[in-house]
Design a protein around this ligand. Structure first.
Ligand SMILES: [Zn+2]
Length: 454
C-alpha cells in the first residue's frame, strides 16, 4: 500500500510543547509528523495530498486522561466503538479508559481484552487504567505489577474512593515501584451523607439534600499527605473546590509529586444549572428544574468554586483538562434527581464548551490547547500531545469561528446525557486525524454558521 502523505496547509498551528504558534503547514507521511514548515507558501510538496486549514487552528490531537467507555459490561451505555467515535468527534486521539467496567479492569486478562478490542475496533488510541483494589471494593490491592506489565497508565477505583487510609498508603507505596500515578476519586462518602448536589442556596431552594464541598477537600488533603509520605505520584481527578486548590498549592510548593485535572463542566457550569435553564436563576422554580443531566460527581459547585478552578487552570496550578466522560442510558436519567445516576456525556462538547473561556479572556488559547495535549501527555510520559517530528500524526483541526447548537440526539456516543442540549457553542472540531488517517470530518452541511473564511 502506498504511504499516505498529507500536507495540512495554511492553518494557525499551535503546539505548546514546542512553543509554536504560527501560520504554517504540517506535513505528515507514514502516519507520523514529518515537519512543521516555517511559514505557509501555498505550495504543496510533490506527492502530498493537501488539506486546506486556512482560518482554522491546527492542534495536536487531544489526550483525555479520564474516560468511561463502559465496555465491557455496560454496552447499552457506551462501547469501545461508540466511545472512541465520540472521542474522535470531539478532537481526541487518545483516551484513557477508567477501570469501573464489569468485570473491573483489575487483572491482566480484562485489561488485555480491552486493549485488544480497542486496537481492533477503536477509532483512536485507548490506554487502559487499572483498578487500585480488587473489584474496586477498597479491601485488597489489585495485582499492580501485573497490571503495569499489561500496559496500564495508572491506577484508579474511580467512581469509588479508596476509603481505607492504610490501603491508600499501600497503593501509593507500591505505585512507586512501577512508577505510575494513583488517581483517587476524592470523595468522603460519609460526609456526602446522601447529598445529591453541592450544598448551598440552590440545593436549599430546590429541597435537595446537599453534600458539603469538604467531602472532596478532606480526601484530597489526605491523599496529598499520603503522597508526601510515600514519595508516590498522585494525580487528583476532577478537582472542583477552593479548599482542594489551597491544599494542592501547598503540596506543590512542598514538592509533593502531584498533578490535577478539572472537567469541562466544572469549568463552565455551576449549581444554578440544576434549575434547568442553562444557568439562569428563575424567579419561581419552573418545570425545567431538577435537570438530571446536571447530576454529576463531584457535583456542580457554586459560582465561586467554578471561577476558582478556571483561574487555577489558567495559571497552571491545575495541570490539565480531563473529560470524565460518563455516558448513561436515558433510563438512568429519566427519573427523580435523587434516583438519577451521576455523570455527564462530555467528549463531543469538551473543546467547544471550554473555548468559551478563551472568548471571554479567562484563559489563553495556548494554555487551553496545552491542557488538552502536552499537559496530559506529560503525565502519561508518552510521546503524544505534540506535533514534534516523528510523533504519531495525531492532529485536531478546529474552526474557531463556527457556532453550533448541541444536539445530544446526534451524538456519536450511545448516550445523550448532556445538560448542554440546545445550547449554542462557538468553536468546533472539524477534522480529527489519527496516525495520519482522517477518523472524523465534520460534514459540510453541519458547518453552516461557520466563521471560516470570514
Ligand atoms: Zn471520579
Amino acid at each position: 500500500m502506498e504511504a499516505i502523505k498529507l500536507a495540512i496547509t495554511g492553518g494557525r498551528v499551535i503546539d505548546p510543547a514546542q512553543g509554536i504558534d504560527r501560520v504554517a503547514d504540517v506535513l505528515i507521511s507514514d502516519g507520523v509528523i514529518q515537519e512543521i514548515t516555517e511559514g505557509s507558501s501555498g505550495d504543496v510538496p510533490s506527492g502530498f495530498e493537501s488539506l486546506d486549514a486556512s482560518g482554522k487552528i491546527v492542534s495536536p490531537g487531544f489526550v483525555d486522561l479520564h474516560t468511561h467507555l463502559r465496555d465491557p459490561g455496560q454496552e447499552w451505555k457506551e462501547t469501545i466503538v461508540t466511545g472512541t467515535r465520540a472521542a474522535a468527534y470531539g478532537g481526541f486521539t487518545t483516551v484513557c479508559a477508567m477501570p469501573n467496567t464489569d468485570p473491573v479492569q483489575d487483572s491482566a486478562a480484562v485489561v488485555d481484552d480491552v486493549v485488544r478490542r480497542a486496537g481492533a475496533d477503536g477509532a483512536i488510541r485507548v490506554l487502559p487504567i487499572g483498578a487500585i483494589s480488587i473489584g474496586q471494593k477498597g479491601k485488597q490491592l489489585s495485582p499492580m505489577g501485573e497490571l503495569a506489565d499489561a500496559g496500564v497508565i495508572g491506577f484508579s477505583d474511580d467512581g469509588n474512593p479508596v476509603t481505607d487510609d492504610n490501603l491508600m498508603r499501600q497503593a501509593l507505596a507500591y505505585s512507586v515501584d512501577v512508577d505510575l500515578p494513583i488517581i483517587n476519586h476524592a470523595e468522603d462518602k460519609k460526609l456526602v451523607a446522601g447529598g445529591v448536589m453541592s450544598a448551598g442556596a440552590v440545593a436549599t431552594r430546590l429541597g435537595l439534600p446537599g453534600a458539603p464541598v469538604e467531602a472532596e477537600t478532606v480526601m484530597v488533603a489526605r491523599d496529598l499527605h499520603l503522597a508526601d509520605l510515600t514519595g508516590a505520584r498522585l494525580h487528583v481527578p476532577h478537582i472542583s473546590t477552593l479548599g482542594s486548590l489551597v491544599a494542592l498549592r501547598s503540596a506543590k510548593e512542598c514538592g509533593v509529586d502531584v498533578t490535577a485535572e478539572v472537567t469541562p463542566h466544572h469549568l463552565t457550569l455551576n449549581d444554578e444549572w440544576v434549575y434547568g435553564l442553562n444557568g439562569d436563576v428563575p424567579a419561581v422554580v419552573s418545570v425545567e428544574a431538577y435537570d438530571t443531566n446536571t447530576k454529576v460527581n463531584p457535583p456542580l459547585r457554586s459560582r465561586e468554586h467554578k471561577e476558582a478552578v478556571v483561574e487555577a487552570l489558567s495559571e497552571g496550578l491545575i495541570d490539565i483538562i480531563a473529560t470524565d466522560h460518563a455516558p448513561h442510558a436515558a433510563t438512568d436519567k429519566v427519573c427523580t434527581y435523587n434516583e438519577a445516576a451521576h455523570g455527564i456525556n462530555v467528549l463531543e462538547t469538551a473543546f467547544a464548551s471550554v473555548f468559551g473561556l478563551v472568548e471571554t479572556g479567562k484563559i489563553s488559547i495556548q494554555r487551553l490547547i496545552e491542557s488538552l495535549t502536552s499537559g496530559p501527555a506529560a503525565i502519561l510520559r508518552k510521546d503524544l500531545g505534540s506535533l514534534k517530528k516523528g510523533f504519531s500524526a495525531d492532529v485536531t483541526i478546529i474552526d474557531p469561528g463556527a457556532t453550533w447548537i448541541v444536539e445530544p440526539e446526534k451524538f456519536e456516543s450511545k448516550s445523550m446525557n448532556s445538560p448542554l442540549g440546545g445550547v449554542q457553542l462557538t468553536g468546533r472540531v472539524v477534522t480529527t486525524i489519527y496516525q495520519g488517517e482522517t477518523v472524523f470530518e465534520l460534514p459540510v452541511e453541519a458547518s453552516v454558521g461557520s466563521g471560516a473564511g470570514k
